[in-house]
Design a protein around this ligand. Structure first.
Ligand code: FMN
Length: 354
């Protein structure tokens, strides 16, 4: 483990107030972070993963313009849970630096510890506006954009990128340099190009090369499916922290496992579902609670015998109570089995925003 990530493990509360560039990471609880995921990492899911020990938490990508012009739903997306145990950031995207600057003020008021800019989204709607991964095509322009944002906000600034637009346009080294020059605290890298979307595998060799050259902390991301792999990629690539996305959906205990804290407890899946329900009820109406709970339950049962039938059956259950009853019966039946592994060969959720 390199110096910075061991720092992150031990110095959470002792960081000085006026942090120098690259100092924010010393306030991370540990080097195993939850990746931002649209439609997933809302305030409830972030609180749940905070309770599960994730090192840093980031909202899903939020349109800066949306935040400025549509109050209700978008405003809710920046909510930060009370008394977080670690850093919680808000991820923004937007064409105009001015919109990001104004939106950052709202994020600050909501309690965000930092602003993360999405430079990795491959989705057409975002790309068409010159945002997401499109910003990686012109590193000089990216630097100007980030400098303007950095000057205008009074929260630390971070970025999350891909490795470039395509294999022919691997601009990652230049974009990391632009982020450093602009005063960013770290660069998180999903080791795929925009053209790859979610195909192929994340290029951890390239992430390791970037880390060797970079002057700011590098966070590695892509395809981590279990705690053993997270720990070994952290050490082998030399990155300062790793981010886990889909692996945490299938195994929300992954952060505890990374830290060597987790012991299997009978009934833990159902208990986690109960806790998530409690959090959802505090934020959403019954309809949305039901939808989000169903999604979470579907991830939790993956890999167990009977999971497909359970998932199919869930759509016929009309109330949250029925869903909870059915989940309890399901987890009772599989309680004697080891938790299923998320296999490398499995294709799972390939439509994200970064
Ligand atoms: C459903 C879903 C939504 C995502 N949304 C975002 C997002 O809002 N912002 C972002 O930077 N990345 C987003 N991503 C990308 C993830 O943060 C991560 O980079 C990617 O999934 C690779 O990591 P993993 O293999 O650990 O999942 C999303 C991914 C998924 C699967």
């Amino acid at each position: 483990m390199n110096q910075l990530n061991s720092h992150a493990l031990t110095h959470q509360d002792s960081a000085p107030k006026g942090l120098l560039q690259g100092g924010l990471i010393t306030r991370a609880r540990n080097p195993f972070w939850l990746a931002p995921m649209a439609g997933v990492t809302d305030v409830c899911y972030r609180q749940l993963m905070d309770e599960m020990g994730a090192g840093v938490l980031i909202s899903e990508l939020i349109s800066a313009k949306g935040l400025l012009y549509k109050s209700g739903k978008t405003r809710k997306m920046i909510a930060i849970h009370p008394r977080p145990g670690t850093l919680v950031g808000v991820q923004l995207f937007g064409e105009a630096a001015e919109d990001i600057i104004e939106a950052s003020q709202h994020a600050k008021e909501a309690g965000a510890a930092f602003i993360d800019i999405n430079l990795g989204c491959p989705v057409k709607k975002v790309i068409k506006k010159g945002c997401g991964a499109a910003l990686m095509r012109d590193p000089a322009n990216l630097e100007t954009y980030l400098v303007r944002i950095k000057r205008g906000i009074d929260l630390p600034l971070t970025v999350k990128m891909r490795t470039g637009w395509s294999h022919e346009e691997l601009t990652i080294h230049e974009c990391v340099k632009a982020a450093y020059n602009a005063g960013c605290e770290w660069a998180a890298i999903h080791g795929r190009t925009r053209a790859q979307k979610y195909e192929g595998t994340a290029d951890w060799d390239l992430i390791a090369q970037v880390k060797q050259r970079a002057k700011l902390p590098i966070i590695g991301n892509g395809d981590i499916r279990n705690a053993r792999q997270a720990r070994s990629l952290l050490v082998e690539s030399g990155v300062d922290a790793v981010m886990i996305g889909r692996g945490a959906l299938r195994n929300p205990w992954i952060f505890q496992e990374c830290l060597g804290h987790h012991e299997n407890v009978p009934g833990e899946s159902y208990a986690l579902l109960v806790r998530y329900l409690e959090l959802l009820r505090s934020q959403y109406d019954l309809h949305n609670t039901h939808i989000l709970l169903r999604k979470f339950a579907a991830w939790l049962v993956f890999g167990y015998p009977g999971a497909a039938a359970f998932r199919g059956g869930m759509y016929r259950l009309l109330t949250v109570d029925e869903l909870m009853q059915s989940a309890r019966e399901f987890f009772d039946k599989v309680a004697h089995l080891p938790r299923p592994q998320f296999e490398y060969s499995e294709v799972f959720m390939t439509g994200g925003h970064g």
